[in-house]
Design a protein around this ligand. Structure first.
Ligand code: IVH
Length: 723
């Protein structure tokens, strides 16, 4: 197997902040894109005391904090700050030490790695020191790293670089003697680690015997133990069910799983391993290149990451970094950067290392996806259907490519499970386009007087009592006249997927409500008669008013599906709007239908059907419909289109119960596409569709005659595409 490949050209795009998709108006998740510069010092732990004006005092303070955080991360598996905040502290300290030699200190944590081994596992002295990596942030720092190496080496020609993923897990040293798994140790302080041999031996990806006939007398491999994201999610689900605290992220989860007294617990945790470095070697082949060592490790049966590539220019290295910046979430495990290593081992020997890190390698850090920040308050927003959603108000923090100031907490149970309180320092995660999430509090930083948060009993906007129906996780404000609901309903009515009224966004809807021009959706079409009142508003010139009124007029002819979306019926989004419009062809026909009639439509479940029927039964809503009718809004939908005749000449027998079709429905689906649906299987049958508990005779006959047997998914595909 070739695990190393030459990288072609990779084109990457820098991740940019985006607004969150899918949030109901009123859902409190707001981000803005800013550069991370200047945010790096925004660590959630206590800011530098004001007295720290001289570099010496500041450096001393930073050292104490870094040592403290080292201990929490390496020994206790309970970090208080995110990696990005930790990096910010060490960068600041390194900068002071470089700029003010008098503030430098030989015992500074910038010169050591990790934290001493904890007492729980016996101490192991490493065969070779386990070093850390220096970081670079961005293209310029990458060039500086490369330039320094060239200068030291006096090299003009291009280096060959090995570009690897920086796996976000725990560094591990694993020793094999005569091909047999012998010992595993954590990094510890780089010189002495913890003996976790029994636990690591439970990891399936770590071979217990090397797959070579000529194993070295001694071989030490370095790599990263990690937890795949899926395993992490499942583990947290199990922990929630068992009432145990959740892990904040896969790395913490991997660390916690490894530091178990009982290896059976580790074995149950689905840890995995990528190997990225050959350590001590006795009695093995001689190597000229790092890439050769990786090939060798792979041949020995060790898992080397398949994304590893060899490139021969710094531009290609950078392209690779940008590629992963964009695609990190395509991987099933977390990475926090890219590691770049010089391939030529003689170059490495010449460049050597500082006391902490090799010069021949560096880590290109990806923008942080987790940060710690202060949760200043928990508030509740009211959505267009009355749903009351708690959200965290955060001290703004740059994370995942944008500045996050709020994050939804979903519902009462989630707040309880996460146990977050105003005043907590919390870990915030924003991965790519995913909506920002508060992972949980840093309990060790919780102020002694931080009170538990309780869901408010009354709607924070209209004051009416909030209800939480039995078996539901959401609280609701039932007051249809609640101004917060009206606002959200109007904004939704005017939104693109609904009536698409340009100019009726959050700002104008808010202003019109405030000025008494709008109270609810029905008022939208009265604005044309109130043009003078619009003119009296500061923000509205003649052109804006004309544009708004034209957009409102234009919206009257939107398709029925869009109107249904705009009516704010619970569970009716854009797909359901189209389905109902097609099935009923007019608003009046839908309004007259019973819940059973609606549920009979293909693709409509009973919850949706009941919600639709209940909406049309409500008197206020009936009144709204009449107001829209007199305004001239289109109530008529497209006639149900004839199905494409994809099954002409095809004969299909259905046997057994299908989940998504009644027997009649399945037959209708076939015949309406031009196919035949006989009751028995013969030589003329094209295919037999088999559901739950099929008739044995039909199935046996199909097998006997060699007729294709389809399950329900294949049947659906057949209906869509024909043969
Ligand atoms: S090489 C002397 N390669 O990152 C070089 N490290 O921040 C030692 N890591 O301690 C490390 N993926 O735990 C190397 N492909 C990779 C890596 C990697 C993850 C970790 C490792 C190391 C830390 C440094």
């Amino acid at each position: 197997m070739t695990i190393l490949r030459k990288a072609d050209s990779f084109v990457g795009v820098t991740a940019a902040g985006r607004s969150e998709p899918g949030s109901e108006p009123g859902t409190p998740t707001r981000t803005s894109t800013r550069t991370p510069t200047g945010q790096r010092g925004a660590s959630a732990s206590a800011p530098a005391p004001a007295s720290e004006t001289d570099p010496f005092t500041r450096a001393t303070h930073l050292r104490a904090r870094i040592e403290y955080h080292d201990r929490r991360y390496h020994q206790l598996d309970d970090p208080e700050i995110s990696d990005a905040d930790y990096d910010a502290l060490t960068r600041e300290l390194r900068l002071i030490e470089a700029s003010f030699p008098e503030a430098d200190d030989d015992s500074s944590p910038t010169r050591s790695v990790g934290a001493p081994a904890a007492a729980q596992f016996s101490a192991v002295e490493h065969l070779q020191p386990m070093m850390s990596l220096d970081n670079v942030f961005g293209w310029e720092e990458l060039q500086q790293w490369d330039g320094r190496n060239r200068k030291i080496m006096g090299v003009d020609a291009a280096f060959r670089y090995v570009v690897e993923l920086k796996i976000d897990g725990l560094a591990m040293s694993i020793v094999y003697r005569d091909g047999e798994y012998t010992r595993s140790a954590t990094r510890g302080d780089g010189r002495v680690g913890e003996d976790v041999s029994a636990n690591v031996s439970t990891i399936a990806a770590v071979p217990k015997r090397l797959t070579t006939d000529t194993p070295p007398r001694l071989m030490e491999v370095r790599g990263e133990v990690y937890m795949p994201r899926q395993a992490f999610v499942e583990l947290n689900d199990r922990r929630t069910q068992a009432g145990e605290p959740r892990f904040a992220n896969p790395r913490n989860s991997a660390a916690g799983s490894l530091r178990q007294k009982d290896p059976r617990v580790t074995a149950s945790r689905e840890l995995s391993f990528w190997c990225y470095q050959l350590g001590a070697l006795d009695g093995g082949p001689a190597f000229a290149r790092h890439s050769d060592t990786l090939e060798f490790l792979s041949e020995c049966g060790l898992p080397v990451n398949p994304e590893t590539v060899v490139v021969d220019s710094l531009d290609a290295v950078y392209e690779r970094c940008r590629h992963w910046q964009e695609h990190r979430h395509d991987l099933p495990y977390d990475i926090d950067g890219i590691v770049i290593k010089l391939d030529d081992l003689t170059h490495r020997n010449e460049l050597g290392s500082t006391s902490k890190a090799p010069r021949w390698a560096t880590a290109y850090k990806l923008p942080p996806e987790e940060r710690t920040t202060l949760l200043t308050d928990i508030q509740v927003s009211i959505g267009r259907t009355g749903r009351a959603t708690p959200f965290a108000v955060l001290q703004p923090v740059f994370v995942g490519g944008s500045t996050v100031a709020m994050a939804t907490l979903h519902n009462q149970d989630q707040v309880r499970i996460k146990d977050v309180r105003p005043g907590d320092t919390v870990i915030v995660r924003k991965a790519g386009d995913v909506i920002p999430e508060v992972l949980g509090p840093v309990l060790s930083l919780r102020p002694a007087d931080a009170p538990e948060w309780h869901f408010p009993e009354d709607c924070p906007v209209c004051g009416q009592r909030l209800e939480r129906p039995e078996n539901e996780s959401d609280h609701r404000c039932r007051n249809i006249a609640c101004p917060a609901q009206a606002f959200a309903r109007i904004v939704h009515f005017g939104s693109r997927g609904a009536m698409d009224i340009e100019g009726l966004g959050e700002k104008s809807a808010g202003l019109f409500i405030e000025q008494g021009l709008l109270n609810d959706v029905g008022d939208v079409y009265t604005l044309a008669q109130r043009a003078d009142e619009l003119r009296a508003l500061d923000r509205y010139g003649e052109t804006s008013i004309a544009n708004l009124l034209a957009a409102i007029e234009g919206s009257k002819s939107r398709p029925l599906g869009n109107l249904l979306v705009g009516l704010n019926i619970r569970h009716v989004g854009s797909t359901m709007g189209q389905v109902l419009a097609r099935a009923f062809s007019s608003l009046d026909a839908l309004a007259a239908a019973s819940a059973d009639d609606i549920a009979a439509v293909e693709g409509v479940g009973s919850t949706i059907a009941q919600s639709v029927a209940a909406w049309f039964a409500d008197e206020d809503n009936r009144e709204l419909i009449e107001r829209l009718r007199s305004a001239g809004v289109n109530f008529v939908g497209p006639a149900a289109p004839a199905n494409p005749q994809t099954l002409v000449g095809v004969s299909i027998v259905v046997t057994g119960t299908l989940a998504g079709f009644t027997r009649e429905g399945a037959e209708e689906a076939i015949t309406s596409r031009g196919g035949k649906c006989p009751s028995s299987v013969s030589k003329k049958t094209t295919a037999v569709v088999v559901g739950e508990e099929p008739g044995a005779s039909k199935l046996n006959k199909a097998i006997e005659l060699g007729i294709p047997v389809l399950d329900e998914a294949a049947f659906v595909l057949l209906l869509e595409t024909g043969l």
